[in-house]
Ligand binder design. Structure first.
Ligand code: PMP
Ligand code: GLN
Length: 380
């Protein structure tokens, strides 16, 4: 039998490719986005406590009630959103599963989904695997701002969903209240749904406030909002996240969730529920990562890279036009193989062919690692 691929042009993700190349060449891995430091020992102790207490069987399908309760309180305190944990919050196997399930919940064959390129890598393949059509709106260096008039022009009777991401991976940019107001008008006028990927909600700098759609009632009532404990607790390997959506959307989301995943890792959920009782566990994240960003930017001053602005997330873009004429894929490969520092090129995040002399560095690393990488890049 010949299997007809649903994603014929999809290969291995650029994150896996660059991490593997880094390993092969013993390069410092500033490519794939994960911390190279451990999570809080108190969180690990809680996991052990709940494992030992025998919380090792299936969790309820939507998630452990205590965890959903603490998340509802967090959303109220942080964004003024009045949520019912029973009706609005579902714990997922990471944000990736929340994103896939939200897309599969709303996209029927032939539906169009608006994405902003560079788009995080899972959005377009998820849409296409459901028979949907990604409609990519490219944003360009140096400021990558969204032209909402242009977005309005790309809406057709088939448009179903708009996907946004703030703070943004890979750009390190954040959306503003103005962006959310424009989006609100657009989705109301055209009766659209929104998927807002907010996994870096607490990694935001220079006193900025995260523009969550949970703050805007007109958006919240039409939105799936996705989060990741991997980003919030330095535990990307746990693959636990969640999705907030209005009752009717959550009901449909759970119909798919229950047959795809059913329920998520029980002891981790209990540990997170207890750990997050204390908001200080995440309120320090902006200062913690801002110090890393500033340290890295200072260390990179002595290299020929030109660092672009980073308003949030743990990624920063760098312009390499003073170093090389190679395209970004070739440059990232060369830098890993010849200079021992792995980065992520930007072009895989675009549907159209682009040539921008820009790569992404991840600074969720110890200062020693960031210093060692900058030291190697000074030799360029
Ligand atoms: N969205 C964005 C923008 C991300 O950067 C990531 C992962 N780093 C995810 C979603 C997926 O999160 P998770 O690891 O919880 O699946
Ligand atoms: N989100 C991580 C990044 O942007 C990668 C996750 C993955 O490898 N799929 O680097």
């Amino acid at each position: 039998m010949i299997l007809e691929s649903k994603l014929p042009d999809v290969g291995t993700t650029i994150f896996s490719v660059m991490s593997r190349l880094a390993q092969e060449h013993s390069a410092i891995n500033l490519s794939q986005g994960f911390p190279n430091f451990d999570c809080d020992p108190a969180l690990k102790a809680l996991v052990i406590k709940h494992l030992e207490a025998g919380r090792n069987q299936y969790a309820p399908m939507p998630g452990v009630p205590a965890l959903r309760q603490v998340l509802a309180e967090k959303a109220r305190a942080t964004y003024g959103a009045d949520l019912d944990p029973e009706a609005h919050i579902t714990i997922t196997a990471g944000a990736t599963q929340a994103i896939y399930t939200a897309i599969a919940t709303v996209v029927h064959p032939g539906d169009e989904v608006i994405l902003f390129d560079p788009a995080y890598d899972c959005y377009a393949p998820s849409v296409r695997s459901c028979g949907g059509i990604p409609v990519a709106i490219p944003l360009h260096a140096p400021d990558f701002t969204i032209d909402w008039d242009q977005v309005a022009q790309r809406i057709t009777p088939k448009t179903k969903l708009v996907v946004i991401n703030t703070p943004h991976n890979p750009l390190g940019k954040v959306l503003t209240d103005h962006d959310l107001r424009q989006l609100e008008v657009l989705v109301r006028q055209n009766d659209l749904l929104v998927l807002s990927d907010e996994v870096y909600e607490h990694i935001i700098f220079d006193g900025r406030q995260h523009a969550s759609v949970l703050r805007v009632p007109g958006l919240r009532q039409r939105a799936f909002v996705t989060y990741s404990f991997g980003k919030m607790c330095h535990t990307t390997g746990w693959k636990v996240g969640y999705c907030i959506a209005p009752e009717a959307l959550t009901a449909e989301f759970r119909k798919l969730h229950q047959f795809n995943v059913f329920s998520v890792n029980t002891p981790m959920q209990h540990a997170l529920a207890e750990y997050l009782q204390d908001p200080d566990t995440y309120l320090g994240l902006p200062a913690f990562f801002q110090a890393k960003r500033d340290h890295f930017v200072r260390a990179m001053e002595a290299t020929p890279f030109r660092m672009l602005a980073c308003e949030g997330s743990y990624f920063i873009l760098a312009d390499y036009s003073d170093i090389s004429d190679l395209d970004d894929l070739a440059f990232a490969r060369w830098l890993t193989e010849e200079h021992g520092v792995a980065t992520i090129p930007l072009s895989p995040f675009y549907a159209e062919k682009i040539s921008q002399p820009v790569v992404r560095f991840c600074f969720a690393k110890t200062e020693a690692t960031l210093d060692e990488a900058a030291e190697r890049l000074r030799q360029l």
